[in-house]
Every structure is written in structure tokens, then in C-alpha cells.
Design a protein. Structure first.
Length: 212
């Protein structure tokens, strides 16, 4: 299955992508993680992306699409994949279609802005492996320590309140229109995101027609 997860920053895309990856047996392709790796390595692309991400802006289409195309060509993507945050504008979606990269389904996780602002203040991420947690909804087994690799968890700069509001504004202006784009293609599924993780996951699987 080739799947895109849509939703505002903090809607729960990363958490659901991890669950779906295990349940469906396909990899999650998160451009956020790929970009953060480039930032850690201080590559030219990483440095350019960091300035934009710190300001709550989108990374240019050509950078995103180059990263995505390279990743999807790897062997582990032959049976399908989940794109998390990889398609953020109509231009990117059209470019993927033109490249012959067609999705089976697009799930939009719906959460109100006020809920997202409150939610993101509790988010913690692993700077080493990219795993994401929440101090209330999805806490690590040991406080502030990554379950996967044991690294200390951090609060990302782009989770700061002023940056969150800017990112939400950008989402509504540039990314939300993707719902209409994929609805016309008959691929859009809407799922309520303001509910327990397990319930949202169940609803996503049901929308995809997958037996839980």
C-alpha cells in the first residue's frame, strides 16, 4: 500500500505512521527525519532547510521531491510505503503524479488548532533516531529517555508556541488544499485525530479497509 498521511503539525502523523508501518509491514518515509539528519551533518541542504524550519516555513519543493524520489527508489519501498510530511503543497502532489508515483490512499488526521497548540508543548523527540513521544499521550518508558536508542529527549525549536502558530498558518494556507486535490482523485479519507492513539489508529485502518 502506498499511503500519504496529512494533517496539521502536531496532529499525530508521526505516531500513527510508526504504528501503521508495523501493522502494514511497510516503511515510513518522513522527510522531517531525513532533513534533520542533513541538519545534523551540516550539509548545504541541511543548513538551508534549518533556517526555513526554525522560522516555521516550508522547505522548497525541489529539495523535498529530490529527497523523496531518492528514498522511494530503495528496495524496502518496493511493496509500499507511508509518506509522512513528504507532500505539503499542490505543486508537490502534482509533481509526484507526473513522476508516476501514485498513492493508494491519503488519510487526513483532523485536529482543531487549539488542541494542537496545547498538544505540541508536551512533545519530545530523540535527536539521534528521530523517535517521537508525548509526555501525556505517548510517554517514553523512562522520563526524557528514548525507548529505541537510549538518547536523551529534547524539545524541538519548531515546537515553541510562536513557531507552532506560524506553522499552523502555513499549513492552512498551503497544505490544507491537498485534501481537495486528493478528494478529486477519490483517495481522501478523513479521520478524527482528537482521540486516544489506539482509537485513531483503529479508525485509520478501517478507512483503509484493513482488518485490525
Amino acid at each position: 500500500m502506498k499511503l500519504i498521511l496529512l494533517g496539521a503539525p502536531g496532529a499525530g502523523k508521526g505516531t500513527q505512521a510508526e504504528l501503521l508501518s508495523r501493522q502494514l509491514g511497510i516503511p515510513t518515509i518522513s522527510t522531517g527525519n531525513i532533513l534533520r539528519e542533513a541538519i545534523r551533518n551540516q550539509t548545504p541542504t541541511g543548513l538551508k532547510a534549518k533556517a526555513l524550519m526554525d522560522a516555521g516555513q516550508l522547505v522548497p519543493d525541489e529539495v523535498i521531491l529530490g529527497i523523496v524520489a531518492e528514498r522511494l527508489s530503495r528496495e524496502d519501498c518496493q511493496n509500499g510505503y507511508i509518506l509522512d510530511g513528504a507532500v505539503r503543497t499542490i505543486g508537490q502532489a502534482e509533481a509526484l503524479e507526473n513522476m508516476g508515483i501514485h498513492m493508494d490512499a491519503v488519510v487526513s488526521i483532523e485536529v482543531d488548532d487549539a488542541v494542537i497548540e496545547a498538544r505540541m508543548t508536551g512533545r519530545r523527540v530523540c535527536p539521534k533516531c528521530g523517535a517521537s513521544y508525548h509526555i501525556v499521550a505517548n510517554p517514553p518508558k523512562t522520563a526524557d529517555i528514548c525507548d529505541v536508542c537510549g538518547e536523551g529527549l529534547v524539545i524541538r525549536k519548531d515546537d515553541a508556541p510562536e513557531t507552532v502558530r506560524q506553522r499552523l498558518s502555513v499549513y492552512h494556507e498551503q497544505t490544507e488544499a491537498l485534501k481537495g486535490f486528493y478528494e478529486k482523485l477519490g483517495k481522501l479519507k478523513l479521520v478524527e485525530g482528537n482521540q486516544p492513539i489506539e482509537d485513531a489508529n483503529r479508525d485509520i485502518l478501517a478507512a483503509l479497509g484493513v482488518q485490525a
